[in-house]
Design a binder for this molecule. Structure first.
Ligand SMILES: Cc1cc2nc3c(=O)[nH]c(=O)nc-3n(C[C@H](O)[C@H](O)[C@H](O)COP(=O)(O)OP(=O)(O)OC[C@H]3O[C@@H](n4cnc5c(N)ncnc54)[C@H](O)[C@@H]3O)c2cc1C
Ligand code: HEM
Length: 411
């Protein structure tokens, strides 16, 4: 908890820091990457840096944490902290690196706010930083311990691609087995792994991919795990953007017999033990299907009996990756049903399931339903508000964002 004196100073300076935080984090990253270029090359996602999304996530999280500290000092914002800690653990972030980040962050604050940063203001924000950093370090230590790895080593291992399947024109599945034959760590449906690849310029970039299968009992131990990767195409014109670096590398270069470097599984969008008895709703759009198929595999393997509503949105049936598994695992669950919405459906597809997701097309959503969402933010926002409108408690709606979590940072 913040000292009373720090709390008063943080409360008084929040508006000024909040207003400048975009500029502060921009200067912070400039300083960090000038001093430590290898961090941009081999740890941070340089696509996110170029697009500015990570910047907004970091800025938003610090502002959200400081606001939380002064407004609700007795609670910890666990959702925010867990999400960041899982991401950090999947990257192998080590406690010693927090001092490096603090050093460059505070130099950036002093540069942007100038004389407004009195020793008292600096001390109060230092308090905020270390409260957040120490909370993250503690969660990350537990995550590393649970995987039997040490911070800094991160538990990276080599996995052999035993099969590659073209799911759609843009999505490929890679089935993987540990190269050394040592049993793979247990994973939970909904989790992701970080994948590190060496690109042509020598950078070793890291991205996260949700496990899209191999999470049931058969996938454990020496078994096969899988990820499904959507190739991120470039765009021309006003919103010009280059092709995604890692997804295109995986599509263009990685075949059966090749080796990928993977972190242990992390991520907190996982089925709860308590989910065994409750109705569930799994809603995805596009490549957001990956964690949902893994969850359905697990539910089918464990014989889940409560109702499960499966909702998916895609451009067309041909673009719907893992469609057969999506339907087949659902069919194994008693009282479960699929509701696949397509913008360009095949002939004969129900009119009510044509176009964007509209939960009004579904039968009643059972009381006490717990919902898991994954897809682009506008899709998740729309589904979330429809679910709340149909009586699902906000606390029972969980989600995964396939990028820096700008949603959480804004809440
Ligand atoms: C928890 C989690 C789970 C995920 N699971 C999956 C999954 O199961 N399957 C999957 O396919 N993906 C998944 N992702 C997304 C994945 O991690 C990558 O973000 C995705 O593959 C894109 O990476 P990339 O290297 O190809 O693109 P990047 O090179 O990182 O580019 C990302 C975007 O930034 C844009 N960009 C880059 N440079 C610039 C610039 N200079 N100016 C403007 N824009 C720029 C690119 O055009 C692109 O649109 C997941 C992400 C997370 C966080
Ligand atoms: C208190 C200090 C820190 C805060 C508040 C913080 C906050 C964040 C946030 C909000 C994200 C985005 C999470 C998401 O939604 O995906 C993130 C990701 C990340 N953090 Fe931190 N972080 C801190 C310290 C560190 C340190 C010490 C390192 C290591 C040098 C680090 C490296 C990273 C990396 C590499 C990513 C992923 C970036 C990307 O993929 O674009 N962070 N952090």
């Amino acid at each position: 908890m913040l000292s009373e004196q720090s709390a008063a100073t943080v409360r008084a300076t929040l508006p000024v820091v909040g207003a400048a935080i975009g500029e502060i984090t921009e200067r912070f990253y400039d300083r960090l990457f000038t001093a430590r270029p290898e961090l941009l090359k081999d740890l941070f996602n340089r696509g996110n840096q170029a697009a500015g999304t990570q910047r907004r996530a970091l800025a938003g999280s610090i502002a959200a944490f400081a606001t939380h500290l002064v407004e609700r000092p007795d609670e910890r914002p666990d959702v925010l902290l867990n999400r960041i800690a899982h991401k950090h653990a999947s990257l192998g972030v080590a406690p010693g690196q927090y001092e490096t980040v603090r050093h460059h962050l505070f130099a950036a604050i002093a540069e942007v706010l100038g004389d407004a940063v009195t020793p008292e203001v600096a001390a109060a924000w230092d308090d905020v930083y270390w409260l957040m950093a120490n909370a993250l370090i503690a969660i990350e230590a537990r995550l590393y311990a649970a995987q039997g790895v040490t911070a800094g080593d991160g538990g990276w291992r080599e996995w052999e691609v035993v099969e590659r399947v073209e799911e759609t024109a843009d999505i490929a599945t890679f089935r993987l087995r540990p190269l050394d034959g040592v049993p793979a760590p247990d994973c939970r449906a909904g989790q992701y792994v970080s994948v590190q690849v060496q690109l042509d310029d020598g950078a070793r970039q890291i991205r996260q991919y949700s496990l899209s299968g191999g999470v049931g009992p058969a996938g454990r131990g020496h078994g096969v795990r899988q990820i499904s990767v959507k190739r991120v195409r470039g765009a021309a014109g006003v919103h010009a953007a280059p092709e995604g670096e890692v997804s295109n590398h995986l599509h263009a270069r990685v075949r059966q017999g090749d080796v990928l470097r993977l972190s242990p599984p992390y991520g907190d969008l996982v089925l709860d033990a308590a989910d065994g008895d409750v109705p569930l709703l799994l809603a995805s759009a596009g490549i957001g299907v990956t964690p949902m198929v893994a969850m359905l595999e697990q539910l089918a393997a464990t014989g889940h009996r409560a109702p499960v509503t499966v909702v998916h949105a895609d451009r067309s049936p041909a673009a719907h990756a893992l469609r057969a598994e999506h339907a087949a695992y659902t069919a194994k669950l008693p009282g479960a049903g699929t509701h696949f919405f397509y913008e360009q459906p095949d002939a004969g597809h129900p009119a009510a399931l044509t176009g964007r997701v509209d939960l009004a097309a579904l039968p009643a959503i059972p009381a006490g339903t717990r919902a898991y969402l994954c897809g682009p933010l506008p899709f998740m926002r729309a589904v979330r508000s429809q679910l709340i409108g149909r009586g699902v408690a906000a606390a029972d709606i969980h989600y995964e964002v396939f990028g820096p979590d700008l949603w959480l940072a804004q809440e």
